[in-house]
Write a protein that binds this ligand. Structure first.
Ligand code: GLU
Length: 486
């Protein structure tokens, strides 16, 4: 697609491997990907792994795995910040020489007691700038005392910095609120601020799309760009994702990792569609959009300023639509591993592929996730469904009339030669008339007897797939259950 933007469009997804990627992280990745693809630009994957203490084993693989699963491809990278330390030191040296930064020798204990004191006085936490004006000799002395300093940015004491954000418009921050933030830590690693700014510049990033929570860091970044005499990229801060109760999205709302959604049987296409609507919309109505349509229509103009609300039911609904769109064969392929994994152990393996296809043709209409399939389909596979006898009386019939109706149904069913949905239905409809029962009553009773449930796929198709033997056995078992109620 031809871009209407002038310069090369280059975006990056820059996760920190401090945990497995969750919905919010991947929504950011998706918006960057959509923007890059819409404008025919490039997407760079950069792993921001400079926080050594918070690194989580396996997180990088999970990030890459989640992007691959969702089909969000990138054009360059993954670059690892931990492998670019000399670049950061070089820039840090320059900033120091030019007087934009200074070494701070304050001990963690001093900083901690300062923080506590500020908390007690209900002041925002802030470094008191004790080392900002140390002379060189004072600095040397402290260094020879063995203190490992951090490098801080000399934030202007007055004035303000305005961030022009493509979603929020101009947002101004008073310098007095910004603190002298750290650029190099005492372990020699750069902080997020330094590495992020250096890399966005050296990787020629044109647009930074990231979560709202980073907006408060952006004036610091703008000050750094200015100190380095470099042009800032365009910024766009994406709305937060909140739970249905408008609190921060957490595990309680089902905000598990993307890997977890994959395990629960969501389809990548459905996930992409759902995530795109967390903060962006085409119009007030359209909920279903293919990947191609998303690329075609995505624009920051339609990204909201206010938080997006995570709605699990909507995700389930979208996923159900995508499941129904699969060809029957594809649905079987996707569902088979879930059946193998989750059907009760008493069900023999391997499963009969022919029977599985027939069962799944009925279940496909009803499943919202692949993980639901074994539960929806289990009564087809077990020897006898396990249910409470009282379920047979969930309609209006009492024990005597239910027993009469079921015995009659068993007799009629055993005479059926052509065990197909149509002939079953015809037989049972005439039986209802004969017994002077509403069809709903008789069918409801039959449904419980053959499936052990009050809700299941269409009754006669279900009975056809179950087969005559199984159905007769189940009707017989239901009669025995009824007799326990008398
Ligand atoms: N490493 C940051 C994160 O994990 C990146 C923020 C940004 O995109 O600048 O979200």
């Amino acid at each position: 697609m031809q871009s209407e933007l002038q310069h090369p469009v280059r975006l990056r997804f820059a996760p920190s491997p401090t945990g497995y990627p969750h919905l919010g992280n991947i929504r950011t990745a998706l918006f960057n990907w959509l923007f890059a693809r819409h404008h025919g630009g490039k997407l760079i994957l950069r792993i921001e792994d400079t926080d050594v203490a918070r690194k989580v084993e396996g997180a990088i693989d999970a990030i890459i795995g989640s992007l691959r699963w969702l089909g969000l491809d990138w054009d360059e990278g993954p670059y690892l910040q931990s492998q670019r330390l000399p670049d950061y030191h070089q820039v840090a040296d320059r900033l120091l020489q030019e007087g934009h930064t200074y070494w701070c020798y304050c001990s963690p204990e001093r900083l901690e007691s300062m923080r506590q004191e500020q908390a007690r006085l209900k002041q925002p936490p802030k470094y008191d700038r004790r080392c900002r004006d140390l002379t060189q000799e004072e600095g040397h002395r402290l260094e020879t005392d063995g203190v490992r300093p951090v490098m801080r940015f000399r934030t202007p004491l007055e004035g303000e910095t305005t961030v022009s954000d493509l979603i929020h418009g101009p947002v101004s921050f008073k310098h007095e609120t910004l603190d002298d933030f750290i650029l190099l830590k005492s372990d020699g690693y750069p902080t997020y601020h330094l590495a992020n700014v250096i890399d966005d510049h050296s990787m020629e990033i044109s647009h930074v799309l990231r979560a709202d929570e980073w907006l408060s860091s952006t004036p610091r970044h703008v000050l750094l760009y200015k100190a380095l005499n470099r042009q800032t990229p365009h910024f766009a801060h994406l709305p937060m994702i909140l739970g249905p109760d408008r609190s921060k999205l957490s595990k309680r709302h089902g905000a598990t990792t993307i890997t977890e959604y994959q395990k629960q049987g969501y389809l990548p296409e459905a996930m992409v569609n759902f995530l795109a609507l967390l903060g962006w919309s085409l119009d007030d109505r359209t909920e279903l959009l293919s990947r191609e349509e998303l690329i075609q229509h995505f624009s920051l103009d339609r990204v909201g300023k206010t938080a997006a609300i995570f709605n699990r039911e909507k995700l389930d609904w979208i996923n159900g639509v995508y499941l129904r769109r699969l060809s029957p064969e594809e649905f079987v392929n996707q569902a088979m591993p879930f059946l193998e994994r989750d059907l009760p152990e008493s069900v023999g393996r391997p499963l009969d592929p022919g029977y599985v296809s027939e069962v799944l043709a009925l279940v496909q209409e009803r499943a919202r996730t692949l993980a639901e399939v074994p539960q929806l389909a289990s009564f087809f596979f077990v020897d006898e469904p396990d249910y409470n006898a009282a379920l047979l009386l969930s309609g209006k019939l009492d024990v005597t009339s239910a027993t009469g109706a079921l015995s009659a149904a068993l007799r009629s069913a055993s005479c059926i030669k052509d065990w197909q949905a149509a002939s079953l239905e015809e037989t049972m409809r005439s039986l209802a008339v004969e017994l002077n029962l509403e069809t709903r009553e008789l069918f409801g009773l039959l449904r419980v007897a053959v499936t052990g449930r009050t809700a299941a796929p269409p009754l006669f198709e279900t009975m056809a797939v179950l087969g005559k033997d199984r159905c007769l056995k189940r009707l017989d078992a239901a009669l025995r259950l009824l007799s326990t109620l008398e």
